[in-house]
Design a protein around this ligand. Structure first.
Ligand code: SIN
Ligand code: FE
Length: 293
């Protein structure tokens, strides 16, 4: 698989509670990617047809389920087909949650289920602006959705039926990344966080933390020299591989592949085993300021 420094491999072959790996909170919180090369998400015979970009409605980037109701977004088709697609993606959400609570028992009762996304569109074919271009190394941070220190834990699985890997790059540590750009990031305009929230451009207040995270995301993607020459590893996730990381911490880029399914979980930084290794704590330490203001 390669990229052994950042990626830690585990032998699990089951999503269920009797799998061998548990209590690995410190590994994922330290900025590693946990990879399970023998943990496939099995599709029924009748679900194979969903591995086709025609189910994506072309407007949204992905097909997704929104919880708690689990409603299907971004898909087009007959109601019966869409119900079956919904059930397939919901099954992945359930499997992921079971796995997450086994790997990270400390998070029990604290992990909140975010969207589940199904990505039948080829990475290479997604036309995007530089800011939305996920083939550039980045940490996850979103203009309209300030996290206010809440962590983004993601469980990905390659469901490609033709042997094609999901090709990622992973980059430097969050601390090194913050040190690289923080000195050149200015303060937001006075009143801008209030204005963005009042106009409904952000779902909630863009804190100092969110300002820095978004700037790190944008600086990295806009910096061609960084993309080319910063420390990085290429990692291929073969079909049947599941991988887990805090995507707000691990520098990552998706270079190629098709047919992936992903579950996002939210976790408050205070519920980590080692809150000091979270982006919030690292940024507060480097800047010497509280950032949830
Ligand atoms: C990303 O999270 O940046 C993209 C991941 C992927 O599509 O493989
Ligand atoms: Fe990303």
């Amino acid at each position: 698989m390669g990229g052994d420094g950042i990626v830690h491999e585990y032998p699990d072959t089951t999503w269920a509670d009797d799998g061998p790996t548990h209590g690995v909170e410190a590994v994922v919180e330290s900025g590693h990617v946990l990879a399970f090369p023998h943990l496939a998400f099995a599709l029924d015979e009748s679900e194979r047809r969903f591995l086709d970009p025609r189910w994506a409605d072309g407007k949204a980037k992905n097909v997704s389920l929104r919880w708690p109701a689990g409603e299907l977004r971004g898909a087009s088709g007959e109601p019966g087909d869409l119900a079956a697609l919904q059930r397939m993606i919901a099954r992945y959400a359930d499997r992921s949650e079971t796995l997450a609570l086994r790997l990270f028992p400390h998070y029990r009762g604290q992990l909140r289920r975010g969207n589940t996304s199904f990505r039948p569109v080829d990475v290479a074919g997604r036309v995007r602006s530089w800011r939305q271009d996920d083939t550039r190394l980045h940490i996850d941070a979103f203009p309209s959705n300030p996290m206010q220190g809440t962590r983004l834990l993601r469980i990905f699985c390659n469901v490609n039926p033709h042997g094609e890997p999901r090709r990622w790059r992973v980059g430097e540590s969050f601390e090194a990344h913050a040190q690289r750009y923080l000195g050149s990031i200015g303060a937001p305009w006075p009143g801008s966080a209030w204005l963005l929230a009042t106009l409904g451009i952000t779902k909630r207040r863009r804190t100092g933390y969110d300002h820095l995270m978004l700037q790190l995301h944008d600086r990295a993607k806009a910096d061609a020299e960084f993309q080319r020459s910063s420390p990085q590893q290429h990692v291929d996730f073969a079909p049947g591989t599941t991988w887990v990381c805090f995507s707000d911490q691990v520098l990552h880029a998706a270079m190629g592949g098709q047919h992936m399914i992903e579950q996002t979980f939210y976790l408050e930084a205070k519920d980590l085993v080692q809150p000091a290794s979270a982006p919030l704590a690292i940024l507060e330490r480097i800047t010497g300021r509280p950032l949830l203001v």
